[in-house]
Design a protein around this ligand. Structure first.
Ligand SMILES: C[S@@+](CC[C@H](N)C(=O)[O-])C[C@H]1O[C@@H](n2cnc3c(N)ncnc32)[C@H](O)[C@@H]1O
Length: 267
């Protein structure tokens, strides 16, 4: 069977067997692609407290689920920066009005003006970068924000104390099944990265890393969409292999993995 999405297909040009895991899930109809699910997203948004006076930049909106929640708060402006052309088109479809847009490009170098935002956030997009690019993206967030502006990240994390050979095993296993670099930091390392780039950490929230657990999929997608996702996965042999392989590895390392949201303020 072909891939399920008919219009814009994220990760286009890549077959299911080669595509990064998040695009395999998206093509099967999954929209929520972050490790702590909508519950952690909601806690992150509550801490960010976006208001009508805020100029918001979202890094890597993916299928635009958080974008829609943010837009519902009617910020003064909303700019998404997304690297994938098809995802950018999907997010673009949710935008209306002159003050919202989706820019195709990298969060490491957005080309947006300095000190133009009061809120920046990104979910499930730093973990997949090298250490150097993680830092560049956090630095870019600091450049975009006005002093006092809020920055939030929602990422996969290693439980504190996971290091050495175990850490290398987890990274290797995740990267092997996701088909993209997956390099989660510990909670202290995520905090440290933000602090080193000029942020003061205000809130840290954690959740289980349960992206592909049935209860979480239903919680995140709603019953009908979850059912459709399961149906799509089950009838596509290659997608089924990829999704079950990812879930097996997530389960095997559930004692080492979690999800974290760090909310910080630019000094
Ligand atoms: C795992 S998905 C997460 C999508 C969405 N934030 C979510 O949580 O559901 C990763 C997203 O990051 C985007 N991405 C990765 N690196 C990026 C970069 N340097 N700049 C902008 N977007 C990037 C991908 O295209 C993809 O949309």
């Amino acid at each position: 069977m072909g891939n399920v999405m008919t219009a814009a297909r994220p990760g286009d040009g890549l077959k299911t067997e080669k595509a990064p895991g998040h695009w395999v899930l998206a093509r099967m109809g999954k929209r929520v692609l972050r490790p702590g699910g909508m519950e952690l997203t909601r806690r992150m948004l509550a801490a960010l407290n976006v208001k009508g006076s805020d100029d918001v930049v979202e890094f890597a909106p993916g299928m635009g689920v958080t974008a829609r929640l943010t837009l519902a708060t009617k910020p003064a402006s909303y700019t998404a920066v997304e690297r994938d052309k098809a995802a950018a088109e999907i997010v673009g479809g949710y935008l209306d009005g002159p003050n919202s847009r989706c820019v195709l490009g990298s969060a490491a170098e957005t080309g947006l003006p300095s000190a133009s935002a009061t809120v920046v956030y990104g979910e499930a997009m730093l973990t997949m970068q090298t250490d150097e690019t993680k830092r560049q993206i956090v630095r870019e967030a600091a450049r975009l924000l006005k002093p006092g502006g809020r920055y939030a990240v929602h990422e996969m994390c290693l439980r504190d104390g996971v290091g050495g050979e175990v850490r290398r095993d987890v990274e290797r296993a995740l990267t092997g099944v996701v088909h993209h670099g997956v390099r989660p930091l510990t909670v202290s390392e995520w905090r440290g990265l933000l602090e080193e780039e000029g942020f003061e950490v205000k809130t840290v929230e954690t959740a289980a890393m349960a992206l592909l657990e049935p209860a979480r999929v239903i919680q995140d997608e709603g019953f009908l969409r979850a059912l459709r996702f399961a149906f799509n996965v089950l009838r596509d042999r290659e997608a089924r292999r990829r999704v079950f392989e990812m879930r097996r590895v997530f389960r095997r390392h559930r004692r080492q993995l979690a999800a974290v949201a760090v909310i910080a303020v630019r000094a």
